[in-house]
Design a protein around this ligand. Structure first.
Ligand code: NIG
Ligand code: FE
Length: 399
């Protein structure tokens, strides 16, 4: 068995509560991490580090678990930079541009889509992301949704069927028929490549009845539930997600007291947080020039919060988790510790994963070494490439 020691880590975020400094980040000083094959084998003080076949010297820098980006739409073709420019000149974001991307995606070859997905996964990895969820949702035919997920599944285990992204143009005057297609043949073709089912539950997309129907049949097919909810305005999405036991409700930009109470009420019996995570996507508010979600209100109510990029060509074309951390701290009143937790352990919770977003024996050896002495620099030095080294499944990635 080959072993690798990441040694001389000045500050290590483990996300193991009750260890290190006792905070949720489980911060350790002067630490080392031993990796055997693709798993963490040991975490402890550098002075007690065991011998290993190979050694990476972190030089006193900070290290943390690889980011877990639990919300991204990477299977698409085309470009909507002009739509972004129009928004910056005052146009509102409505989600209508999704159909532009659907047209381009349907017209693209498998290889074109594959190249884009791999380019974006690589781009994310160079920014410290080692787990990334990938949604379909720009195909919206049986064949195009299935191929989107097949291509996504080549690079990630966290794949999500989002056939209910919008009603495509050819079904514009018969949305019930489109929901029937999604629940029947489209789900059947997509499910073999998907772990999750998602619906864009929003005015102009799918209402609560349609969303419930789709998520329920998805669940019956063995998929876990997550949904886009309360992004563009208030609505029933968040409460529906909690009712269905969703792993995550995503966006959560427009919440009322009942939404926050419903999320807080999904508290897990073991006191580890809420069963349904609120995943906040500040890249979308940045790129649509919208008010940011109220992270403080959710955290103060005891809701488990995750941060993700929402990487997509329309509302948030960023693959950068450090950028989202910086936005969350500056614009959403999260502390740097809360934001870094949300971008690692929080994302893992949103994907119901216990093997990522944490550095303890048995976890995946997914780890990022920063060009900085502390995780604080992720928010303190926005826009600066601070990712020095990424280990994914124990393997150092090329920069
Ligand atoms: O999460 N809200 C729905 N879906 C994406 C946007 C997709 C697009 O504009 O192409 C989102 O923001
Ligand atoms: Fe999204």
């Amino acid at each position: 068995m080959s072993s690798l020691l990441v040694d001389n880590i000045g500050e290590l975020v483990t996300n193991v509560p009750g260890t290190g400094d006792g905070s949720p980040l489980g911060l350790r000083r002067d630490a080392a991490v031993l990796v055997e094959e693709e798993r963490v084998a040991w975490v402890g003080p550098a002075r007690y580090a065991p011998a290993a076949d190979r050694r990476i010297d972190a030089g006193g820098a900070a290290a943390l678990p690889g980011f877990v980006d639990s919300h991204a739409h990477l299977v698409f073709a085309g470009d909507r930079a002009a739509e972004f420019a129009a928004r910056m000149a005052g146009q509102p974001y409505t989600g209508g541009g999704i159909r532009t991307t659907v047209g381009a995606t349907r017209a693209a070859s498998d290889d074109t889509l594959r190249t884009t997905v791999r380019r974006l996964v690589g781009e994310a990895m160079r920014q410290g992301t080692t787990t990334i969820e990938i949604k379909s949702g720009y195909g919206l035919t049986v064949a195009d949704e299935a191929r989107s997920l097949r291509i996504a599944a080549e690079v990630s285990d966290e794949t999500t069927f989002l056939g209910a992204h919008v009603v495509p143009t050819e079904y514009a005057d018969r949305p019930d028929d489109y929901v029937g297609l999604v629940c029947g043949p489209m789900l059947a073709a997509a499910a073999p490549y998907a772990r999750w089912v998602d619906v864009f539950c929003e005015r102009g997309a799918f209402d609560a009845d349609h969303a419930r129907a789709i998520l329920t049949v998805g669940q019956a097919a063995g998929l876990g539930v997550r949904l886009h909810a309360n992004q563009l305005g208030p609505g029933p999405g968040v409460r529906l997600g909690v009712e269905l036991g969703a792993a995550s409700v995503d966006h959560c930009t427009h919440l009322d007291d009942a939404d926050v109470a419903a999320l807080a009420g999904s508290a897990a019996a073991d006191g580890s947080g809420t069963t349904t995570v609120a995943t906040l996507l500040p890249g979308a508010e940045f790129s649509t020039r919208s008010p940011y979600p109220d992270a403080r209100r959710l955290l103060d109510a005891g809701v488990t919060v995750a941060l993700a990029t929402d990487c997509n060509p329309g509302s948030s074309y960023t693959s950068s988790m450090p950028f989202c951390v910086a936005l969350a701290v500056r614009e959403m009143r999260m502390t740097p510790a809360e934001a870094v937790w949300a971008a690692t352990a929080g994302g893992a919770r949103a994907l119901r994963r216990t093997d990522v977003g944490v550095l303890r024996p048995g976890a995946r050896a997914d780890l990022t070494v920063l060009d900085a002495p502390s995780y604080l620099h992720l928010a303190y030095r926005p826009g600066v490439p601070l990712i020095r080294q990424v280990l994914h499944n124990g393997v150092p990635q090329c920069r």
